[in-house]
Design a protein. Structure first.
Length: 226
């Protein structure tokens, strides 16, 4: 089971009707995109505390979940803050002269980056609150309620199922290689990784064939009962 599923199934909102959680998520997203930064800060703090309470996790662990998206957000904000211009009409404070080019922070960019930072964090916290408290089976129920085509729902379910098959097979192959000292040196690690990828494709295709055979034995008619 993925860590997201474990957290969702241990959530205090496990038995809350998924449509209510989806409605709350939409409301929080609207507030995150429309409110001023001070309100977004309050929303962010409230959603962090609520998520930690519902999942029974520490705030420090929650902040570690934010590190990866914050890394990409920081690079995006740098592109907003700094401006590059050819002899700008308005001097840029603390600008760096690179020949005819001037590189420096722009006041408009600073204001835009400030709003973008808190808007993004508030929206991310709302997404965490929804995803980490809604198990996959409730997501399927919610998608059915939204009249998503059955074929697309089946594809989502099969893709989700094959994620676990992929992880299971990769862990089994990696463990077997580790027991044979396949990752003892850098050269061996590269060769073992290449073998893992090749074997993983073959093993997954084999598992797919087994699943098709199992479905045929069970008189599968081409449609899953969702």
């Amino acid at each position: 089971m993925l860590i997201i599923d474990k957290l969702a199934y241990q959530s205090r909102w496990l038995h809350v009707e998924p449509r209510r959680k989806a409605l709350l998520y939409v409301l929080l997203m609207v507030l995150a995109f429309s409110c001023p930064p001070l309100v977004q800060m309050g929303l962010l703090a409230g959603m962090v505390l609520l998520t930690c309470y519902l999942l029974n996790v520490t705030v420090l662990r929650y902040l570690r979940w934010l590190l990866v998206p914050l890394f990409f957000l920081a690079f995006g904000l740098l592109g907003i803050v700094f401006s590059v211009a050819w002899s700008p009409a308005v001097p840029l404070p603390h600008a760096l002269q690179l020949g005819p080019l001037v590189l420096g922070p722009d006041q408009v960019g600073l204001d835009t980056a400030w709003h973008t930072l808190w808007r993004s964090l508030a929206a991310l916290a709302a997404t965490y609150l929804f995803v980490l408290t809604t198990p996959f089976n409730q997501l399927i129920v919610l998608l059915k309620f939204c009249r998503i085509p059955t074929l697309l729902l089946e594809q989502i379910m099969l893709t989700y199922r094959f994620i676990f098959i992929l992880i299971e097979e990769a862990m089994a192959i990696h463990q077997a290689q580790t027991l044979r000292f396949g990752y003892g040196r850098l050269g061996n690690s590269y060769r073992s990784l290449a073998m893992l990828v090749g074997m993983l494709l073959a093993r997954v295709m084999e598992r797919h064939t087994r699943m098709e055979t199992t479905l045929d034995v069970k008189l599968f008619t081409g449609e899953f009962h969702l």
